[in-house]
Ligand binder design. Structure first.
Ligand code: GUN
Ligand code: ZN
Length: 426
């Protein structure tokens, strides 16, 4: 066992932040040999029980849960900042041509390293990730994540229509490939698999049906896709699936709505869609930098809270503009203000931080496993330096309470604040 003494941030079940200014975090193996939080609390209360262990003192530093990115595309690392009139031209002109390069396993392996370096450098220790339609892109990413001991969930993209040569797959083979990737990677070390229909317009009914059958056969495998992101996309879905009540209900009709199903964007919803999210236990990956960059729209936080479905924050790189959870939280704050109808601060810093850590873990069905520093959680955490930049240091020195401290970090923070990242206790 090992201890870290510093300020400690974690979250209670009611989403509020728990903060020990002078705390102790004790890490060690559980009965199954996993590196977990063995104890956490005020230093003066806990220290007498752990006199025999080595404790590293980190004055002025904050220990916080590793961030969770609920939706990101590893093959779009180099697509960041590609401007387009909207989602569909962006896919056609930048994203699909770039993703075709991942047929080459050596290229996929090289980008996998860069991608995971970027995630970890920004304090992200768990991600739900799209690969490309090439099974070898999943192998490259999983192998690299495995060698780093990361908790990562990824899947081969399914897209057998309305997709150009180079990324288009074929229904029967794509489903065989998906099942063999599930068997190879799901539950291997800290890795998980996600069945990954790109979005309804890129998948034939046969492919969606097969995806739903796999989702039923492997209930603890994740599902990830996109929904209700862009108005042109939604019009197209109505043409392709005229019998469906809404875009979201297409996925329900094919058995793709359940717990552990994560849908990116969820912007242009009505209350029936929201009720379907709630009743099925599916979750939304809110991707504000992407939605602002591509001009897609604004996630309706008040609607989500009124109906009560799960959601968390995501970068959606490369539609998204940054790997930084701080940038994503700040963009979410702007979006929350845009949709705000009630007075008061729309999304406080504790709520924003929760959405990128413990709340994202709830969305993934990994509550108590990652995204928090409560006892029993896996030992993935970041050491934050609130004095990392001169302006931040000045601002934090004047913070009178936890909200002011966290808001300073949300607004002024970036990768410079991430002083150290501990993954699986290392
Ligand atoms: N819809 C289908 N594919 C994509 C993608 O790669 N990014 C985003 N933002 N939306 C999508
Ligand atoms: Zn996406």
């Amino acid at each position: 066992m090992r201890g870290y003494r510093g300020a400690v941030l974690r979250f209670a079940d009611d989403r509020s932040a728990l903060y020990e200014e002078d705390g102790l975090l004790v890490i060690g193996p559980d009965a199954a040999g996993r590196q977990v939080v063995r104890a956490v609390g005020p230093y003066d209360k806990l220290a007498p029980d752990y006199e025999g262990i080595a404790v590293e003192h980190l004055p002025g530093r904050i220990l916080a849960p590793g961030f969770i990115d609920l939706h990101v595309h590893f093959p779009q690392t180099d697509v960041i900042g590609s401007p387009a009139d909207g989602l569909l031209p962006w896919l056609e002109n930048y994203t699909f041509p770039h993703e075709s390069r991942f047929a080459d396993p050596a290229y996929a392996a090289e980008v996998a390293k860069v991608f995971l370096d970027e995630l970890v450098r920004h304090g992200v220790t768990t991600a739900l990730t799209f690969a490309t339609s090439h099974p070898q892109s999943v192998d490259a990413l999983m192998a690299e994540a495995q060698s780093r001991g990361l908790r990562l969930i990824a899947g081969k993209v399914l897209q057998d229509r309305h997709s150009p040569d180079g990324v288009r797959d074929e229904a029967v083979q794509s489903l065989l490939d998906t099942e063999s990737l599930i068997r190879r990677w799901h539950g291997t070390d800290r890795l998980g698999y996600a069945i990954t229909p790109r979005f309804a317009p890129s998948c034939s009914e046969e492919q969606l049906r097969g995806a739903g059958e796999l989702a039923a056969k492997y209930p603890d495998v994740w599902i990830q896709s996109h929904v209700a992101e862009n108005k042109d996309e939604i019009r197209w879905v109505h043409e392709l699936f005229p019998a469906a009540r809404s875009y979201l209900s297409v996925y329900d009709d094919f058995g793709l709505m359940r717990e552990r199903a994560i849908y990116a964007h969820c912007i242009h919803f009505d209350d029936e869609d929201r009720a379907l999210m709630r009743s099925t236990g599916a979750a939304a990956a809110v991707s504000p930098t992407s939605n602002l960059f591509l001009g897609s729209g604004f996630f309706d936080y008040e609607g989500a809270e009124r109906v009560g479905f799960r959601y968390g924050l995501a970068s959606d790189v490369g539609g998204g503009t940054s790997f930084s959870p701080f940038h994503t939280m700040l963009a979410a704050y702007y979006v929350g203000r845009e949709g705000q109808t009630k007075p008061g601060v729309s999304l406080g810093p504790q709520a924003l931080w929760w959405q990128h850590t413990a709340g994202a873990a709830v969305a993934l069905g990994l509550e108590g496993v990652v995204g928090n520093l409560q006892p029993g959680c896996e030992a993935d955490f970041v050491v934050l330096d609130p004095g990392a930049t001169p302006l931040l240091a000045r601002k934090v020195a004047h913070a009178r309470n936890l909200d002011e401290l966290l808001f300073s970090l949300v607004v002024l923070g970036d990768d410079r604040v991430i002083e150290r990242v501990v993954v699986d206790g290392h």
